[in-house]
Design a protein around this ligand. Structure first.
Ligand code: FAD
Length: 459
């Protein structure tokens, strides 16, 4: 198959992934003397921080996604192809995709991350994940399907398992989804399911580490735990779910929590594309990059965002997998690409940490700002809403989200409890983003010389 990209005498920059990093980079190259080719398997940009709200019926899926073609309408130097990138051949500067090959002068990998099940197959087979819009819609359907089933069974143990929800991973996603489910249990489910005794429904938040919200301040960790207690979420710290069999989430060989609803938010791996030398790939499948986001051992392949493992003096473990990191790296790489085109040396990336926040439920959020500033409660909650509303792509999406939030706030209701496409596990196809490479140990290798500008490519 031919991807029918126009022949050009300008250098071609191919960006794989139109998430936070890829989108920002492509926009920043709007006026650059290059041909920009954006490749993404989905024809929309997905605002992942609000996925949990889609999963719990608070927001419509459409309001956290935006069509890629609409974003770039009018950007004359940009071409988009909806395609799955299957392999990179750095020797020939070629990408293999499911719709044909694409050649590049400069390649930027912005493919983000995938759920990490840590090799626990029983969990991978049975848990619900929350990395994409289909995941979020599946989770929404699945929980409500299990409530419908709970009405039909006369076996108390089975009913209990259908009502119980176990969320694994006490990071922001786990905290946000547990809080949202607890709100739903308090305000929504009693109205919809008066025949069920919802006092018996239990929500567990299980975290392998000693605190919730691991990377945040101790004050935020303590506040989040207190909020969880107030909401009736049972937090189990220093506990790892190791397996799942027949409606039981095991945290030791014999101890388990009965549940039909296992939600896995315990970790991510880089969404690696096969083909680059294994020495550039870290243990959790990210790509080792230098301070210009250049992939170790490569001269014209860059990685940004969640996929990029960049170590700094302040963060020897690597920069966090957060949207602002992806966006700042995108801006910086755009400027560096222009420098390279002018024959100048690239500059080192410096991360500007603007803080972090997590929402727990209505009027409850925690915020950490640089300079050890911490706040919480209603003001934290307002800050969270404001920042997320501001960063949501598209005016319509902002308005729809605001209306949905206002409706939920004043009615204590979540409007979107629809099972539009019932979830059937057998319907889940092999994840196209599933990784093929082995787990590998990184050998950090930083390039000492700027990457060369290469001759234009065709086709
Ligand atoms: C539930 C959840 C909540 C989060 N909350 C927050 C938050 O509150 N604040 C925050 O800062 N961060 C949050 N994050 C993290 C944040 O979303 C990521 O750090 C950010 O999305 C990384 O941006 P990226 O550009 O690297 O990748 P992504 O935004 O993940 O984009 C990757 C893109 O690549 C495409 N792609 C992947 N592989 C291929 C392939 N082989 N071929 C073609 N296309 C491909 C995907 O379709 C996707 O569009 C959250 C993440 C999740 C999952």
């Amino acid at each position: 198959m031919d991807t029918n990209l126009p022949v050009t005498d300008k250098p071609r920059v191919v960006i794989v992934g139109c998430g936070f990093g890829g989108l920002r980079l492509a926009q920043a190259l709007r006026k650059a003397p290059v041909q920009v080719v954006v490749v993404d398997r989905n024809n929309y940009h997905n605002f992942q921080p609000l996925l949990y709200q889609v999963a719990t019926g608070a927001l419509e899926a459409d309001s956290i996604a935006y069509p890629i073609r609409k974003i770039f309408a009018g950007q004359a130097n940009l071409f988009y192809r909806m395609a799955d990138v299957e392999r990179i051949d750095p020797a020939t500067n070629t990408l293999t995709t499911n719709v044909g090959d694409i050649r590049y002068n400069h390649l930027v990998l912005a493919t983000g991350s995938l759920t990490n099940f840590f090799g626990l197959e029983s969990i991978e087979r049975n848990a619900m994940q929350i990395k994409s819009i289909p995941n979020a819609l599946n989770l929404r359907s699945f929980i409500f399907q299990n409530f419908e089933k709970a009405l039909l069974t006369s076996d108390p143990a089975e009913r209990q398992a259908l009502l119980n929800i176990v969320v694994v991973g006490g990071g922001p996603t786990g905290v946000e989804i547990s809080g949202s489910l607890a709100e739903m249990r308090r305000h929504v489910l009693p109205k919809d399911y008066p025949e069920l005794d919802l006092q018996t429904m239990q929500i567990f938040l299980v975290e392998a580490g000693p605190a919730l919200l691991g990377p945040m301040s101790p004050a935020s960790q303590t506040d989040a735990k207190r909020y969880m207690d107030e909401l009736g979420v049972q937090v189990r710290l220093n506990t790892a779910i190791k397996g799942y069999e027949q409606g039981r989430a095991y945290y030791s060989d014999s101890e388990f929590i009965p549940t039909a609803n296992l939600v896995w938010a315990a970790g991510v791996n880089g969404a690696e594309v096969p083909g680059l030398p294994t020495t550039a790939v870290t243990r959790n499948k990210r790509l080792t990059v230098n301070q210009w986001n250049l992939v170790a051992g490569q001269t014209n392949v860059f990685a940004i965002g969640d996929l990029a493992h960049m170590v700094t003096d302040d963060m020897p473990q690597g920069l966090p997998m957060l949207a602002p990191v992806a966006q700042q790296q995108a801006d910086h790489l755009a400027a560096n690409l222009l420098r390279l085109l002018r024959g100048e040396s690239p500059r080192d990336f410096v991360y500007n940490n603007k803080g972090s926040m997590a929402i727990v439920s209505r009027n409850k959020a925690v915020v950490d700002l640089p300079g050890n500033i911490h706040f919480r409660g209603f003001f934290g909650w307002l800050t969270w809403l404001f920042v997320h509303l501001l960063t949501l792509v598209g005016f319509r999406n902002k308005v729809v989200a605001l209306v949905d939030w206002a409706f939920s706030y004043f009615n204590s209701d979540q409007a979107l409890r629809l099972i539009i496409r019932p979830f059937r596990r057998e319907d889940i196809q092999e994840d196209p983003g599933k990784q093929h490479a082995e787990h590998l140990t990184a050998t950090p290798e930083y390039m000492a010389t700027p990457p060369a500008i290469q001759t234009p490519v065709n086709g």
